[in-house]
Design a protein around this ligand. Structure first.
Ligand SMILES: Cc1cc2nc3c(=O)[nH]c(=O)nc-3n(C[C@H](O)[C@H](O)[C@H](O)COP(=O)(O)O)c2cc1C
Length: 512
């Protein structure tokens, strides 16, 4: 099913993956989930909180206590609104986490030990409402589960409403939904670092258990399907990713408070979407861990300013998009290891357009050396594989690839007019054979997390980036000389100097 879905939803030059082909504004899904009838708790705004300089985020920072204020900051600088944009009389919210088409399929839940004053002695499950920066209380219960965890730990759950993406992207939407979940995961990793906390993704919890914990199995409370993505323990310490949640799941009440709002009057039906969701819903299988890399960044702004100012750009200023070698290397260093990923599976096929000290051409950053020789064998035999001064970055071919990268990115100029653009090339069939169908989602999460990190790293240097989900899959594979699906490109990204449209006004995300 995974192979079938992946093949069916490839874009080709004269054959894009199936979708409605236009925006049906009458059924546009509400981007904000609300649980009607649930008690709402307003969170204090964190905008005035001081946060560590961005370049120090990888240092061991003192951990904040888990209180309403710190949880509020965690949420605001990860999944919260960053601003409202206004143009031609219309306005729309933008958020800290990037999302394809700004459609935001990802929802956030918290499972907290007893800490809010209202809940003496009881643990609670909350849904986060980014529009109002508030929590909705869905359940409260007693459990002995927290004793297993270091003091100051709690759980975050992510889920996805794929209909929000299906509305625009049709059959390819499952891919976008998973990429967005990866962006959200990385947004949490960065926001948690500001508080000296670690995000430990649990890799042996089943989708069924996540659903039970977040109340998603209670189908009568939902109009549109909402599917489980991942759970992570946020803690001052590292937590075993194989932690058993049985004691927690067993304590959760059968019925939660609040009925989910209906997001659209009606929905399009694409049979392949529930089919791929079902096929990839097996339990996750633990994977080996990899080493983490050290990054030496140049001094930068406060980290909250970086996350709040991260924006996608839709036009690059080609004339001034050249970046320095140091900027390029810093960006690569920041995504060498997906901070919390269990195994790097994504390599970067990079089109360098304008980077000082580098000839224009095609390069590859090998993020897991295990695949190095295999990649050389699978890719075009004419590629040079010469070492560059950045370890694990190889030059494959020198040539001007501006027109090619634009054509592959669905003719989008942003792919050609920046400093560099890239495709994330994942070890595909081996990973799926080894770990099962659920790994398909995880590969997208890894790519989405790389995308979110690239956005932030670019923003911290005064540069811009944009995720590119629209690309011609097999044209890219053809360029790399790949003739089978052992390695597949799952996401593209571009970095350069963006053009800021002065006709679009910005106003604050929340009234203080
Ligand atoms: C997975 C993903 C795919 C995207 N694909 C494209 C794309 O192909 N072209 C484009 O111009 N923007 C693309 N974007 C950028 C989004 O449109 C952008 O994130 C969204 O409008 C929200 O704006 P913001 O990033 O400024 O918050 C993509 C973003 C994500 C996360």
């Amino acid at each position: 099913m995974v192979y079938e879905y992946h093949k069916t939803t490839k874009h080709a030059q004269h054959k894009y993956a199936r979708s409605l082909g236009y925006m049906d504004w009458n059924t546009q899904p509400d981007p904000f989930r609300v649980y009607n009838g649930a008690k709402t708790i307003k969170l204090p705004l964190a905008i005035q909180n001081s946060t560590p300089p961005y370049h120090l985020l990888d240092a061991e920072l003192p951990s904040a206590p888990v209180v309403k204020e710190s949880i509020s900051q965690l949420l605001q600088f990860s999944m919260g609104l960053a601003a409202y944009k206004e143009s031609d009389g219309g306005s729309w919210a933008v958020r800290c986490n990037a999302s394809s088409g700004n459609l935001h399929p990802t929802e956030t839940y918290l499972v907290l030990p007893p800490l809010m004053q209202e809940q003496v002695g009881k643990s609670s499950i909350y849904h986060y409402r980014p529009k109002d920066h508030a929590l909705e209380e869905l359940a409260s219960f007693e459990t002995s589960f927290w004793k297993k965890l270091p003091e100051g730990s709690f759980i975050v759950g992510l889920s996805s409403i794929s209909w929000r993406e299906v509305w625009k992207y049709g059959e390819r939407a499952f891919r976008y939904t998973q990429l967005d979940a990866g962006h959200a995961w990385q947004a949490f990793i960065v926001s948690a670092k500001m508080l000296g906390w670690k995000v430990n993704r649990l890799d042996s919890v089943s989708d069924a258990d996540i659903s039970t914990l977040l109340g998603l199995t209670q189908k009568t409370r939902f109009f549109e399907d909402e599917n489980p993505d991942m759970l992570f323990v946020i803690s001052p310490k590292d937590v075993n990713p194989k932690l058993s949640l049985d004691a927690l799941v067993d304590s959760v009440p059968l019925k939660f408070e609040g009925i989910a709002n209906k997001l659209s009057p009606s929905m399009q039906k694409w049979d392949i979407i529930p089919a791929i969701e079902e096929a990839t819903s097996d339990a996750q299988i633990p994977q080996p861990t990899t080493l983490r890399s050290e990054i030496t960044r140049t001094p930068s702004r406060e980290s909250k300013d970086v996350v709040l100012n991260r924006r996608s750009v839709h036009v690059m200023q080609k004339d001034i998009s050249t970046i320095t070698k140091e900027q390029f290397h810093n960006m690569l260093s920041s995504i060498l290891d997906s901070q919390d990923a269990k195994e790097n599976s994504a390599h970067l096929a990079i089109f360098i357009h304008q980077v000082e000290g580098y000839q224009s051409g095609l390069y590859i950053l090998v993020r897991n050396f295990r695949d190095r020789d295999d990649l050389e064998k699978e890719m075009d035999a004419k590629f040079r594989w010469s070492h560059t001064e950045f370890e694990h970055l190889y030059l494959l071919q020198t040539r001007d690839l501006c027109a090619t990268s634009k054509a592959i990115s669905c003719s989008q100029d942003i792919a050609s007019d920046g400093a560099f653009s890239l495709g994330m090339l994942c070890n595909f069939t081996d990973q799926l054979q080894m770990y099962g169908a659920h790994r398909y989602k995880e590969l997208y999460w890894e790519c989405g997390a790389i995308g979110q990190q690239l956005y932030l790293e670019a923003t911290s240097m005064g540069l811009s980036g944009t995720g590119i989900g629209c690309f011609l899959d097999d044209d890219m594979h053809g360029l790399l000389g790949l003739t089978n699906n052992r390695y597949q490109i799952l996401y593209h990204f571009t970095v350069g100097r963006g053009y800021v449209d002065s006709r679009i006004a910005t106003r604050p995300a929340y009234e203080s």
